[in-house]
Design a protein around this ligand. Structure first.
Ligand SMILES: Cc1ncc(COP(=O)(O)O)c(C=O)c1O
Length: 412
């Protein structure tokens, strides 16, 4: 029999941790080592329980969740999503503009398969959440990375975006609050991005999965609040992060703007939704309760709350390490520190992560895994409690001290 290979479509698809890092982590685990995994934004293993009311609602609806639903999602969930956006100032949000999916992940793929033609260019931030880049490639498009500016709080660089727009550019991805940088875009930045899309006739894909996880008074601004009736905007969000139910796989997308110009695209989207029958029905029942009920997330993001305390602690401890600088996250669940190349002359950041893993049994993600162009960053998940975070960052600090000694770059 001939050898079986992955399709060529996967050639340019990178995803967080795959390949050698994962192989090494599994090898160490098979030898009995316990690996502290700070590489995936999955709250449950770190002691975050889904709100009781959400779990109860899913259980309550199980008997009636046995059949396929409307491929766009159950009516009550889509209504709840539309009403949520109405309450956020998007008065025109309508139940028919909402599609429920198995998490934002599924909807990203579904939308890009529907939208992208071979050779279309899609603007994606660098660093990005790499599913976006991978899904654009898989759909036959070309991801074109625009830079976010670390020296400006990781805000998108508007000049860089503009310089990368060509006649083949069809859409722009915005991730706000951002994974991996933790940046929360100012109102002016959101307006500027929308304005740019307007001037160049681009569709906007706005990934807002961390919209409720903001710190230090930062305010999240929905892109769709500024797109008006002349920029088509697809807003993505869901229950995974703010409601701590990643495993339920429950997310949504909402269309807004000149939908009459997008009738053909929406027909395609409906076709794609139909092809996978529907998303997980029990988890759809969580949406109405989640959006309408008590918002327990608000306790986690203020001083004394775990998300807040852990993010601020991680930021402080990372910045105390010589040659490490980290922009304070104003949202999401990550830090994305920079390793000064003069102190840490890293040629291959994937190897760097493997060396850290072998030496300290701690797993983080290399910056180039987020399509960052230089091997000088890594991402740390800030989900462990403060004791575990202190322990983890202590191990990183030790490893970096050994690295400096080995390279002779320690400062007196
Ligand atoms: C920016 C961003 N978008 C989307 C997702 C996927 O979310 P979901 O669990 O809804 O598929 C993640 C998960 O980490 C993310 O960080």
């Amino acid at each position: 029999m001939r050898t079986i290979k992955q399709s060529k479509k996967l050639k340019n698809v990178r995803y967080d941790v795959r390949g050698p890092i994962l192989v090494e982590a599994e090898r160490l685990e098979s030898l009995g080592h316990r690996i502290l995994k700070l590489n995936i934004g999955n709250p449950a293993p770190f002691g975050f329980e889904a709100p009781q009311a959400i779990q109860a609602d899913v259980v309550h609806h199980l008997p009636e969740a046995q059949g396929y639903s409307d491929s766009r999602g159950i009516f009550s969930a889509r209504t709840a999503v539309a009403q949520y956006y109405q309450s956020r100032g998007l008065q025109d949000a309508h139940v028919d503009d909402v599609f429920i999916g198995n998490g934002v992940s599924e909807l990203i793929s579904l939308v890009l398969q529907t939208f992208v033609d071979d050779g279309n260019e899609i603007l994606v931030p660098a660093p990005d959440y790499p599913l976006w880049t991978g899904a654009v490639s898989l759909a036959g498009g070309t991801p074109v990375h625009y830079l976010c500016d670390e020296s400006n709080g990781w805000m998108p660089n508007l000049v860089d975006i503009e310089s990368k727009i060509t006649e083949n550019t069809h859409a722009m991805v915005i991730i706000n609050p951002n994974n991996p940088t933790g940046a929360v875009y100012s109102e002016q930045m959101v307006k500027d991005l929308v304005d740019l899309a307007r001037r160049h006739d681009l569709v906007i894909f706005s990934d807002e999965i961390y919209e409720k996880i903001v710190y230090n008074g930062a305010e999240h601004h929905h892109t769709a609040a500024y797109t008006g009736d002349d920029v088509l905007c697809l807003t993505f969000s869901g229950l995974s992060k703010a409601y701590r139910v990643c495993g339920y796989r429950s997310g949504w997308l909402m269309l807004s703007g000149p939908k009459h110009l997008a009738a053909d695209f929406i027909e395609g989207l409906t076709l794609m939704a139909n092809m996978r029958m529907c998303s997980n029905v029990p988890a759809q029942h969580a949406i109405q309760t989640a959006l309408g009920g008590y918002q327990s997330i608000e306790e986690l993001i203020v001083p004394g709350g775990r998300f807040y305390e852990q993010s601020m602690l991680a930021d402080r401890l990372l910045n105390e390490i010589p040659g490490v600088t980290s922009v304070r996250p104003d949202g999401a669940l990550y830090c994305f520190p920079r390793l000064d190349p003069e102190v840490y002359p890293i040629a291959d950041d994937q190897q760097f992560v493997i060396d850290l893993l072998r030496s300290k049994h701690l797993l983080v993600t290399h910056g180039t895994g987020f399509n960052w162009p230089e091997p000088d960053h890594f991402r740390l998940v800030t989900l462990p409690d403060v004791q575990m975070l202190e322990e983890a960052i202590g191990r990183i600090a030790e490893f970096l001290a050994e690295y400096r000694r080995a390279k002779g770059t320690s400062r007196p």
